[in-house]
Design a protein around this ligand. Sequence first.
Ligand SMILES: O=c1ccn([C@@H]2O[C@H](COP(=O)(O)O)[C@@H](O)[C@H]2O)c(=O)[nH]1
Length: 224
Amino acid sequence: MSNPVYLALDLPQLDAAKALAARVKGHVGGFKLGLEFFCAHGHHGVHEIAALGLPIFLDLKLHDIPNTVAGAMQAIHMLQPAIVTVHAAGGRAMMEDAKAAAGQATRVVAVTLLTSLDERDLQRTGIAGSAHDQVMRLAELAETAGLDGIVCSGQEVAAVHRQWKDGFLVVPGLRLADNHVADQKRVVTPRKARDDGASVLVVGRPISRAADPLAAARAVEATL
Ligand SMILES: O=c1ccn([C@@H]2O[C@H](COP(=O)(O)O)[C@@H](O)[C@H]2O)c(=O)[nH]1
């Protein structure tokens, strides 16, 4: 079975990101490049990391009108990402057009509710009800739109897995028991997320900010 851990390379310096990726590449299954990385290093940066030979997850969280998101998907098509994210809150038509514009080899997954948000935050955006219900509602919308899967926290992944058996489920917000949690609010361990049906485990700072990133990547791998 392949390693489900994608390392989030949220680093401002390309050389540092490349060095970290090269160091841990034997202990992760892929690299996740998000807004910080893509805004700083663009296509060139993606090529540099892709040269290490592992799959690339472009976590761009696209959220705009359907035509604009489809255009953005076409513009990143040549990078051949294994996974790309859009926001489910962009609506069904936007997700349908994003999927249609993506290459055959790219999985398009929808962010439901960011793992940095809890129920109080949700209410402040004007949405009543639980985080769980919001994730389930948006997961259903993403499935109806023909996407490959969703992003949710490890607190909801078991329920989504029951509802969407072959959904490709991406779980960030992962911490080993002794990690500092920082800005994440809906957190579980990598092992729990995996056992509950996650397809991909996104891990960033617990590895990238560790005193010894290689040892940290090995420690995450050893728990799975
Ligand atoms: O709901 C979401 C969606 C995406 N992310 C991204 O995952 C990583 C998590 O990094 P950590 O350092 O392990 O907290 C980061 O790149 C986020 O942009 C998320 O955390 N939650």
